[in-house]
Design a protein around this ligand. Sequence first.
Ligand code: GLY
Ligand code: MN
Ligand code: MN
Length: 484
Amino acid sequence: MTEQPAPANPEGDEPIKQRKNGLYPGVSDELAENMKSGWADTELRNLQPVEQAPHAARRRAALSARFPGERLVVPAGNLRTRSNDTEYAFRASTEYAHLTGDQTHDGVLVLDPVDDGHTTTLYLLPRSDRENGEFWLDGQGELWVGRRYSLAESEQLLGAECRDVRKAADELAAAAGPVRIVRGHDAGLEEALADRLDADRDEELRIFLSELRLVKDEFEIGQLQAAVDSTVRGFEDVVKVLDKAEATSERYIEGTFFLRARVEGNDVGYGSICAAGPHATTLHWVRNDGPVRAGELLLLDAGVETHTLYTADVTRTLPVSGRFTELQRRIYDAVYDAQEAGIAAVRPGAKYRDFHDAAQRVLATRLVEWGLVEGPVERVLELGLQRRWTLHGTGHMLGLDVHDCAVARRESYVEGTLEPGMCLTVEPGLYFQTDDLTVPAEYRGIGVRIEDDILVTESGSRNLSAALPRTADDVESWMARLKG
Ligand code: GLY
Ligand code: MN
Ligand code: MN
């Protein structure tokens, strides 16, 4: 990669990262003058609003109604340094993306209170200045990182007034009245407003925005389905290259899925879990550096994130060789039955916990039947003894975040009631650790999870990931077909 322009005489110059918005030494006056002019007007006119714009406006109206008379600040977040002058890939904060449809780093959404609600302002980085050389001499200049939308263009795309983000901190600090900010995304802005902020009040804002995402609208459901559809193709890609993974490592699986995520979407929605053999018993195995061996299982938990940042979260546990052994199948079938019971419990009006309880009951029953834990089942469930092998909750809300709505209040989420438009995963599992002396040796090192993305509908539920086979027989014939 190319370094930023070097000064002619680096001796004594301040570090390159500090030389923002000004000419670097070593640039002749003639060159500086030359670079200012001779550029075409590329302003885009008559742009259509982004598809999210009306949905984002509706969400901002709900936010406005909840906090009348208060100034509300929702930052997108800033770039984070990876090393020296390179940055991590940027992913806008979920709250900002949900309320704006925009994903620009450093962006700040501000709702200013007025008599009958709020006005909306989006503070964004404008186009790079040609006069001061910023566009070609600053590391964030457009010549280095690509053209940005002008503020006027962004106004057309996003349907809100746009202002220069470099004025945001001063303008917000100067504005009178109460202010709340979504914390954790923009330390500079939080510092600028520090003496006006209150942690509890800010948390109320974050909780409200988390709960605002509990029920998805039609646009969001379409995006979740698109994320799942790409994910299904990614799983097919992986099955087709399993022999190459056997010759290399779990990384081949991670890379194969990632290719699909980057070509069809923005990214993966979370680190892909490509867990072969005993790694499947580690719930979030993302090192993905182990061998893939015939005869063992591959637990693949992965999701494509769309360009609008909605993610799928799907798991399949596949026999690497294409056929389950008898014991693998027995464990797989137990997890499948648990998942079926869980999915059947997803419907409007059901308690959120019902699907978890239904799945746990099936798993506890099997564990008792296999003699791994002493019954009766009611006792096992009461004491939670099955959890030695089931380990995690049976699912979670899904949306812009893989674990969406994570700061919603208990009464609206884990102790709440399912409503049409909610989308959740149902993902029971059984995990027998390699060092678990309480189970027969042949169980050790086997981990199975099956995870699907389930939308609550008016009449029941819809499995968005139904295109991927789930029964052991269907998995085997699907793999045989794809492996050729
Ligand atoms: N992939 C993380 C989860 O299933 O919750
Ligand atoms: Mn998952
Ligand atoms: Mn999940």
